[in-house]
Design a protein around this ligand. Structure first.
Ligand SMILES: Nc1ncnc2c1ncn2[C@@H]1O[C@H](COP(=O)(O)OP(=O)(O)OP(=O)(O)O)[C@@H](O)[C@H]1O
Ligand SMILES: [Mg+2]
Length: 241
């Protein structure tokens, strides 16, 4: 089976807001799936539903043949789904290595093992030299790497990245793209929410486009980019930059 994730008819409302409405798609093993859409389209909500941070009103999420809909976040994490958060929230007064150990401790209670896994993840994101720095001392780009390392240390086979390149300066972006591609090189399947069109076109095997909580396009990057619904959604929008 090449399909790792299958999502069918996922819906979630917040009061009168349909944050996700009948969203269906799949992700294949080893794929990088880009997720695009204007502000408020429902991208982060979709990640919350996939990782158990929010419970869907309807729909199903199947991971490697197992239905995980409605499971708690810690259980979904242990089943191999890792995520980063759009709003970074490292513990500012913990060191880099301590922050990443928090991720590793999601899968082991052995401190030594957690430390080794944390160090491996920190080496992977190329921040070993900073391992004893406090999180509050890190730059935005470094905190993005911390967040990637923390998620990686949970041992994911499916990794959901919420705006990895968001809020960092232009010169920091290529290094982050390289990291995402290197993660895939480790066999990890990736869903990446991305506002930067150039980045998403470059890294994605396929793209899912959302608007007003609905799927408006899903397929190969070139087809999605030229899809009339996508063009419409981005016309006159600052997101198209
Ligand atoms: N916990 C919540 N409670 C109430 N409303 C929410 C909640 N989370 C999201 N929403 C609403 O759901 C809609 C989708 O939000 P979401 O954060 O998923 O969009 P997004 O595509 O990630 O946007 P952005 O590009 O700005 O990050 C928005 O109208 C938002 O205000
Ligand atoms: Mg978001």
């Amino acid at each position: 089976m090449t399909e790792l994730l299958k999502v069918v008819g996922l819906s979630k409302r917040f009061g009168g807001v349909k944050a996700n409405e009948d969203i269906s798609f799949d992700a294949r093993k080893g794929e990088i799936l880009g997720i695009i859409g204007p502000n408020g389209a429902g991208k982060s909500t979709l990640f919350d539903l996939l990782t158990g941070y929010q419970e869907p009103d309807s729909g199903t999420v199947v991971l490697n043949g197992h239905t995980i809909t409605g499971m708690r976040p810690d259980r979904i994490s242990r089943m191999g789904v890792g995520r980063t958060f759009q709003k970074l929230k490292p513990f500012p007064d913990l060191t880099l290595i301590e922050n990443v150990m928090v991720g590793a401790l999601a899968r082991t209670s052995n401190i030594r093992e957690a430390r080794d896994q944390a160090l491996e993840a920190i080496a992977f994101v190329d921040l070993l030299a900073k391992r004893h720095s406090f999180a509050r001392e890190l730059s935005t780009g470094q905190r993005k790497r911390l967040e990637l390392a923390r998620a990686l240390a949970t041992g994911p086979r499916l990794l959901l990245l919420d705006e990895v390149t968001g809020g960092v300066d232009q010169k920091t972006i290529p290094g982050l793209i390289d990291l995402v591609q290197a993660l895939r090189g480790r066999g990890i399947t990736i869903l990446t929410i991305e506002h930067n069109m150039q980045v998403v076109m470059e890294v994605s095997d396929r793209i899912l486009a959302l608007q007003f909580g609905k799927r408006i396009a899903f397929g190969l990057p070139d087809a999605v980019r030229s899809d009339p619904h996508v063009v419409d959604a981005y016309l006159g929008s600052a997101d198209a930059a």
